[in-house]
Design a protein around this ligand. Structure first.
Ligand SMILES: NC(=O)c1ccc[n+]([C@@H]2O[C@H](COP(=O)([O-])OP(=O)(O)OC[C@H]3O[C@@H](n4cnc5c(N)ncnc54)[C@H](OP(=O)(O)O)[C@@H]3O)[C@@H](O)[C@H]2O)c1
Length: 320
């Protein structure tokens, strides 16, 4: 099959495109003929930071397509079904093997391009906001990194649930593009004081919940923006470095810090039901994920570079 691989961590230049053996189909595995690959924020972080367990390593979390083979013990899918699949690696290829518990049916008539970008972005955002973040109508959430895939999903889900949504991005132009999706207040994190703005918006109280998609040096300002007894969801490190929480910092705010790892929950019946609902809402058009650009899989170096350097709005997809 045509696939992308790397043998060591590094920049986009470590990515190779060529021929590799087809993946094995285990007893509980479905094999997807890939039509659309969603380039996820984590795909880039893994390329840079996570040493591959085996080489050649085929990267990538998520892709949509058609089931072309199923293992002997698979019960939920058969050849010809349209699915979007997740795995810890392997989506950057013409064939993507995923356990059947990590495959989600694409609703009848739904465009595969739309389905391919739903599960991780909207599922992570949903869990960070509601399942683990406890957000309710009338509360205020601050989303750091609101113009990325998970951030745009969180803006829409929080706003549709009746929350006040504060989001950050790197320019006023990007904030203006988020506003129609449900942003109540936008903050340019490069130019403006996040905690001062949040205090002003909340009448001095601070926000109820923070979704941190960026990590890095911005974390202290997010803690400062949080109210006492507020909740802080640790999700990602798009800034590139990993901050730490201080013992007294947490006591002083009486804050609850929750780590989110959506991949750990994606095989569960709860998440299967959640993703069926989120896919249906995306199919109906009430949730949207802008696709900024698409690339051929053979142009993977350019695609990864574009995501790393050009700040796409929403997602970039590739096609084998
Ligand atoms: N824990 C989990 O289960 C889970 C699940 C999915 C994703 N993630 C992680 O969550 C993060 C976001 O994922 P994604 O797919 O949404 O990534 P993405 O689409 O690449 O978006 C990342 C966003 O982060 C923003 N950003 C970058 N540096 C920033 C900084 N210094 N301060 C504030 N914002 C900054 C960027 O906004 P601007 O361009 O406006 O700067 C960009 O829109 C990634 O680190 C990913 O690995 C974690």
């Amino acid at each position: 099959m045509k696939a992308v691989w790397y043998n060591e961590n590094g920049g986009p230049e470590v990515l190779h495109h060529g021929d590799l053996p087809d993946p094995e189909v285990g007893p509980k595995t479905v094999l997807i003929q890939v039509k659309v690959i969603s380039l996820e924020g984590g795909d880039l972080l893994n390329r840079v930071h996570t040493p591959p367990a085996r080489v050649p390593h085929v990267p990538g979390y998520q892709a949509a397509g058609m089931v072309v083979a199923v293992g002997a013990e698979v019960t939920r899918f058969r050849k010809g079904d349209r699915v979007v699949g997740f795995n810890w690696s392997g989506s950057h290829a013409a064939l993507f093997a995923v356990p059947e518990t990590y495959a989600y049916p694409v609703p009848e008539g739904m465009d595969l391009d739309v389905a391919a970008v739903v599960p991780i972005a909207f599922g992570t955002a949903y869990d960070a906001l509601f399942t683990y973040g406890g957000l309710s109508s009338g509360e205020t959430v601050l989303i750091q990194g609101a113009a990325g895939g998970v951030g745009l999903a969180a803006v829409q889900l929080a706003s549709q649930a009746g929350a006040t949504v504060i989001g950050t991005a790197s320019s006023p132009q990007r904030l203006a593009r988020i506003t129609p999706l449900g942003l109540t207040h936008g903050i340019d994190y490069r130019q403006e004081d996040i905690s001062a703005h949040c205090k002003e918006i909340t009448g001095g109280k601070g926000v109820d919940l923070v979704l941190d998609l960026a990590g890095g040096k911005g974390k202290d300002a997010l803690v400062e923006a949080l109210r006492g007894h507020g909740r802080y969801a640790v999700i990602g490190a798009a800034e590139g470095t990993l901050p730490t929480f201080g013992f007294f910092e947490m006591i002083r705010k009486a804050m609850q810090v929750t780590g989110i790892s959506f991949g750990r929950d994606m095989h569960t019946p709860r998440v299967h039901e959640l993703l069926a609902d989120l896919l249906a809402r995306a199919h109906a058009g009430s949730l949207v994920m802008p696709i900024e650009r698409e690339f051929a899989l053979a142009d993977v170096v350019e695609a990864h570079r574009f995501v790393a350097e050009e700040h796409p709005f929403g997602r970039v997809v590739m096609r084998p």
